[in-house]
Design a protein around this ligand. Structure first.
Ligand code: ADP
Ligand code: MG
Length: 326
C-alpha cells in the first residue's frame, strides 16, 4: 500500500504541471534529470515562504501556492532569465486534502502561465513553510546582474510601488477603503505579477536590475553596493515620480514613501539603463503592456536621496524589510 506521503505527492504534485521534453526524469526518482541546453547558462534561485511572515495566516490558500512560485519567477525576471523547472519543498502541519488541493491549484495556475514544470521536491511535517527552487536558462553572457549600474544611468521601476504595503494595512484593518479597492490591494499582496515578459524583451537595453522584495530603499541600495567599484555610487529619487495608485497619491509624501520604498513584497523590477536606451525600453514596455517609469538617476554622491520636485530632501530614517533587524 502506498504511504500517505507517497500518495500525497502522487495526488497533488506528480502531474501538476506541463510535460516538458527537457525533463528526462521527473517526479518519482531520487532526483530529476534535465537536459542541458548548449549556448545557455543555468540560473537558479530559491525562496522560502514562512506562514505568518511572508503571507498572512488567513491568506487564501491558492494564493499561497501562486505566490510561492511568483516570487521566484520575479527573481528570474530580474536576471533576464527564462524559468523552466521548479522543485517544491513543503513542510506541512498536517495532511489536509482541501489545503493541498487549493495550494496546488494556485501553484499550477502560475506555472502554466509561464511554462514551468514541477520536477521534484520534498514533503515533511512541521510548521507551515514552503520553499520553491526555480531553475531557468539565459543565453550565455546575457544575464542581467545587480552590478552594472553607472553614474548618470536612469533608474526605472515597473508597475506601481506600495500596493502590497497597502494590501497588508487593509488586511490588518488599519485603513478604510471601498470593498473593490480593498480587494485590489490585497490581491496585489497575495498574487504579485512577476515582470518576466518585459524583462525578457528588454535585457539588452538595461545595465542592472533587481526585483523589489524588501522595498525600493533596500533593494536599490543592493544595486548601488554591487555596482560600486572603488568610488561608491548613490541615487537621487524624485518621490512624486514613484508610480502609485490612488490611495497612496492622496497621502502626504513622507507617508506615501513609507509604503512605496520601505515595505517589500511588490515584486516589481527596479533597473538602471543608459539614457539613450529609454526609447527602446518604452517600446518593450508597450509591447508587453508593462508600466515603466523613470524615478531618478544614479549619482556620484553615495547614498540614496529621496527628494520632492522642488528638491526638498525628504528625511525617511526608515529601513527596508530585513529578517534580522532587532
Ligand atoms: P527521497 O526520499 O529520495 O528524497 P521522496 O520520497 O522524498 O524522495 O520523494 C519522492 C519523489 O517525489 C521525488 O522525485 C521527489 O522529488 C518528489 N517530491 C517529493 N515531495 C514533493 C513535492 N512537494 N512536490 C513535488 N515533488 C515532490
Ligand atoms: Mg524526501
Amino acid at each position: 500500500m502506498a504511504s500517505p506521503e507517497f500518495k500525497l505527492i502522487e495526488t497533488y504534485f506528480k502531474n501538476l504541471t506541463q510535460k516538458d521534453d527537457s525533463v528526462l526524469v521527473g517526479i518519482g526518482d531520487d532526483a530529476a534529470v534535465i537536459e542541458y541546453q548548449p549556448g545557455h547558462n543555468i540560473v537558479v534561485c530559491v525562496d522560502t515562504l514562512v506562514a505568518g511572515i511572508h503571507f498572512p495566516l488567513e491568506a487564501p490558500v491558492d494564493s499561497i501556492g501562486y505566490k510561492s512560485l511568483a516570487v521566484n519567477i520575479s527573481d528570474m525576471a530580474a536576471m533576464g532569465a527564462t524559468p523552466k523547472w521548479a522543485t517544491l519543498a513543503l513542510t506541512l502541519p498536517e495532511n489536509d486534502n482541501n489545503w493541498l488541493k487549493e495550494f496546488s491549484s494556485g501553484f499550477a495556475e502560475i506555472a502554466g502561465q509561464y511554462g514551468i514544470s514541477l520536477i521534484g521536491g520534498d514533503t515533511t511535517k512541521g510548521p507551515l513553510t514552503i520553499s520553491v527552487q526555480l531553475m531557468g536558462v539565459v543565453e550565455k553572457g546575457k544575464e542581467v546582474t545587480r552590478s552594472g549600474a553607472e553614474i548618470g544611468d536612469l533608474i526605472c521601476v515597473t508597475g506601481n510601488l506600495g500596493d502590497a504595503s497597502v494590501g497588508l494595512s487593509v488586511f490588518q484593518n488599519k485603513i478604510q477603503l471601498s470593498n473593490k479597492e480593498k480587494e485590489y490591494y490585497v490581491n496585489r499582496l497575495n498574487c504579485p505579477t512577476p515582470r518576466l515578459n518585459f524583462s525578457r524583451k528588454c535585457t539588452e537595453f538595461i545595465k542592472s536590475a533587481i526585483d523589489i522584495s524588501d522595498g525600493l530603499g533596500a533593494d536599490l541600495n543592493h544595486i548601488l553596493e554591487s555596482s560600486s567599484n572603488g568610488n561608491k555610487l548613490g541615487a537621487k529619487i524624485i518621490v512624486e515620480d514613484i508610480p502609485a495608485n490612488d490611495y497612496l497619491l492622496s497621502l502626504p509624501l513622507e507617508e506615501r514613501l513609507k509604503h512605496q520604498a520601505f515595505f517589500g513584497d511588490d515584486y516589481e523590477l527596479c533597473f538602471t539603463a543608459d539614457k539613450k536606451n529609454l526609447k527602446q525600453i518604452m517600446a518593450c514596455a508597450e509591447e508587453t503592456k508593462t508600466k515603466v517609469t523613470v524615478i531618478g538617476e544614479i549619482a556620484d554622491v553615495p547614498g540614496i536621496v529621496f527628494q520632492d520636485k522642488l528638491s526638498d530632501f525628504i528625511d525617511t530614517k526608515l529601513k527596508g524589510y530585513d529578517h534580522f533587524y532587532v
